[in-house]
Ligand binder design. Structure first.
Ligand SMILES: [Zn+2]
Length: 91
C-alpha cells in the first residue's frame, strides 16, 4: 500500500492544536527515533489518517473523523515537541 508523507496531517492536527504540526518533533514510543511529523508515513483511511514511524513502522498517531467530530490518538509517541509561537515571533 502506498503511503503519503506526514504533511497531510497539517489540516487534521491544526484543528486540535495551535502550532505548526509538520515541524513539530516527536519521539517514537517503540524505537525512540526522533523525527518531525512531516517525515511520518501517513496512510489515509475512509474515516481518517494513520501516521507510522518512518524508522520502525510503529503507529504514532491515529486521527478519526466522522459525523462532525474528530478524535486524536497519539499513544505511539513518547512525546511531542512544538515551537512556542510567541518565541518564534521574536526572532
Ligand atoms: Zn519507531
Amino acid at each position: 500500500m502506498d503511503h503519503l508523507d506526514g504533511n497531510v496531517l497539517a489540516g487534521p492536527i491544526t484543528g486540535f492544536f495551535d502550532f505548526e504540526p509538520t515541524t513539530a518533533q516527536g519521539q517514537c514510543q517503540s524505537c525512540a527515533d526522533i523525527a518531525a511529523l512531516g517525515q511520518a508515513m501517513v496512510y489515509g483511511q475512509p474515516m481518517g489518517f494513520v501516521a507510522r514511524c518512518g524508522n520502525c513502522d510503529n503507529v504514532l498517531i491515529v486521527i478519526v473523523e466522522r459525523a462532525g467530530q474528530k478524535s486524536l490518538n497519539m499513544r505511539g509517541l513518547r512525546w511531542l515537541r512544538v515551537a512556542d509561537p510567541v518565541e518564534q515571533n521574536r526572532i
